[in-house]
Design a protein around this ligand. Structure first.
Ligand SMILES: Cc1ncc(COP(=O)(O)OP(=O)(O)O)c(N)n1
Ligand SMILES: Cc1nc(C(=O)O)sc1CCOP(=O)(O)O
Length: 510
């Protein structure tokens, strides 16, 4: 007999399709009040462009005033949810929240161990051991089970009380408690600072192996904070699922949380819920970052740049500078990677003299002392160069400062220093330099530009005649190029071509 409906008889092989959005699972409990748990996770994951799948661990009866009841789902139903997702909707990243029983945590540890052998998925776990309204649901058995889960977790996000419970040493220093969890197999640990209420800022501490960075945001005086931990951890999971490296994902997640808190709203008679404010686009929400080897911000901003930087050739010789200056680039950079002190002095002195003659703004890469001494227009420094430079001397000499960045974390750090411009790189793969990071692509470039509002931006890395127009469309203030100009058979002619393109596109995209 013939099948009546052929599409039903032979379904498409779904696994062969690439999902349009990253699939992210939330393994957490339902909050009937809609402010935390699975409900906060789904709203956050969707707000940040992911498809949210869920495995519900427990159902709570709660409202804005507190939790009235909590009942775990059966281990069988929990398993069935995980297996259903695994067979058809594999996760790019997984967020774990409230796990109500020790037995369920052991079950999840076994399940995750197998899952991670077959699939690449990052796991973020927010160890919910109590509610903001005062209830707690932890026992020694449950804490032991959480400790056994640690090796399967890529990022653990405890607040201070949760860290104390998990470490079992709440009176020890935070570093020591984190070390205890790392000895049990935890990888990255984000210790959230929200519970230290007497301090003006909320400072979160990210521990990765031997590296510690602190991210501080202003403490917002809002009662509407129900679901803060769930929102931060699910935002972090969403951004990891989009492929951002951990520090970048955290900076964006923290900015998301800050906006979510600022726009929080009342629901019932108790603390209200967080908003879901969309992709972070505003500099005001970015955290202030500190850590080893990071310079202090000079007391005043660096000198500003009024005219757009435009087409920005980066050259390594006076000969190229001489060829290009008659074409009047928006600015130019001399990037000398070798030479004796006398040689560098002579070349930079000549570059300053030539650029003055042609009235082109000259940036000097790395050699900031010579740039000050010889009166260049500005200096360009990479992030690792900043700790070695005297930023106050550059600022007080009136030189402009451009800083490299390669993602939201470096961008937030660079913006803290109030530079004259930030470089956003590398947009495309480049042959000119070995890059430790991945190319950002046009989409991330376009998402970074609004975060810099008020600070000019320069795109760099792999930009050529094929990608120039699309790069302009991201509304950057300048486009830096090395090989597309310097390796052209006629560099001056190629620059003339880019200058014309810039004029067309810059006028169009403003
Ligand atoms: C405009 C612009 N952007 C980025 C860089 C790279 O500078 P840096 O990170 O210091 O790396 P090196 O140039 O030293 O390899 C740049 N030079 N110009
Ligand atoms: C020097 C440099 N810095 C980069 C950064 O991303 O910081 S990319 C880069 C090389 C740019 O060369 P090209 O235009 O030939 O790709």
């Amino acid at each position: 007999m013939q099948a009546a409906n052929t599409s039903l008889a032979s379904p498409q092989p779904v696994a062969a399709l690439q999902p349009a959005k990253p699939l992210v699972w939330s393994i957490a409990a339902s909050d009937s009040g809609g402010g935390a748990g699975i409900q906060a996770d789904v709203l956050t994951l969707q707000d940040l462009g992911c498809h949210a799948c869920t495995a519900i661990t427990a159902i709570t009866a709660q409202n804005s005033l507190g939790v009235q009841a909590l009942e775990p789902v059966s281990n069988k139903l929990f398993q069935a949810q995980l297996d259903a997702l695994k067979s058809d909707l594999p996760a790019r990243a997984i967020k774990i929240g409230l796990l109500p029983t020790a037995e369920m945590i052991w079950q999840l540890a076994d399940w995750l161990q197998q899952y991670k052998q077959q699939h690449q998925a990052l796991v973020v776990a927010d160890p919910v051991l109590g509610s903001s309204s005062g209830q707690h649901w932890h026992s020694e058995a449950l804490l032991d089970a959480w400790r056994a889960l640690l090796p399967h977790i890529d990022v653990l996000t405890p607040n201070l009380p949760e860290l104390g419970l998990l470490s079992g040493r709440p009176t020890q220093a935070i570093d020591e408690q984190v070390a205890l969890l790392q000895a049990l197999g935890a990888s990255a640990v984000l210790v959230k600072g929200g519970h230290i209420s007497q301090i003006r800022d909320v400072t979160d501490l990210l521990y990765q192996q031997d590296k510690l960075v602190a991210l501080a945001c202003e403490r917002l005086q809002t009662p509407h904070q129900h679901g803060t931990g769930c929102t931060l951890s699910s935002a972090l999971t969403a951004l990891l699922a989009h492929g951002y490296p951990l520090e970048d994902a955290l900076v964006l997640a923290r900015a998301y949380l800050q906006a979510a808190l600022e726009q929080g709203y009342a629901t019932g008679a108790g603390p209200g819920s967080l908003a879901h404010p969309g992709w972070p686009t505003s500099q005001q929400y970015l955290p202030r970052i500190s850590g080893a080897n990071w310079p202090k911000t000079p007391t005043a901003p660096f000198a500003g740049i009024s005219e757009p930087l435009g087409v920005y050739p980066v050259v390594d010789s006076i000969a190229l500078l001489q060829q290009l200056l008659p074409e009047q680039p928006g600015c130019i950079q001399l990037r000398l990677k070798q030479g004796s002190p006398a040689d560098l002095h002579a070349q930079i002195a000549e570059a300053v003299m030539l650029c003055r003659r042609y009235q082109v703004r000259l940036f000097i890469n790395d050699h900031w002392q010579l740039a000050i001494e010889l009166g260049a227009y500005g200096v360009h420094l990479g992030q690792e160069d900043l700790a070695l430079a005297d930023l106050t001397a550059i600022q007080q000499a009136g030189l402009r400062l451009g800083i490299s960045s390669h993602g939201p974390f470096e961008l937030a750090r660079a913006l803290q220093l109030r530079p004259s411009y930030v470089a956003l790189g590398h947009v495309f793969p480049t042959q000119t330099k070995q890059m430790p990071s991945q190319p950002q692509g046009l989409k991330r470039l376009a998402l970074s530009v609004p975060l810099c509002a008020g600070t000019p931006t320069v795109a760099i890395g792999g930009i050529d005649q094929h990608s120039f127009a699309q790069t302009c469309a991201s509304k950057v203030h300048g486009i830096a190029m090395v090989s597309a100009i310097t390796k052209a058979t006629q560099p001056a002619q190629r620059l003339r071509f880019f200058n014309k393109l810039w004029e067309q596109h810059y006028a169009y995209h403003r």
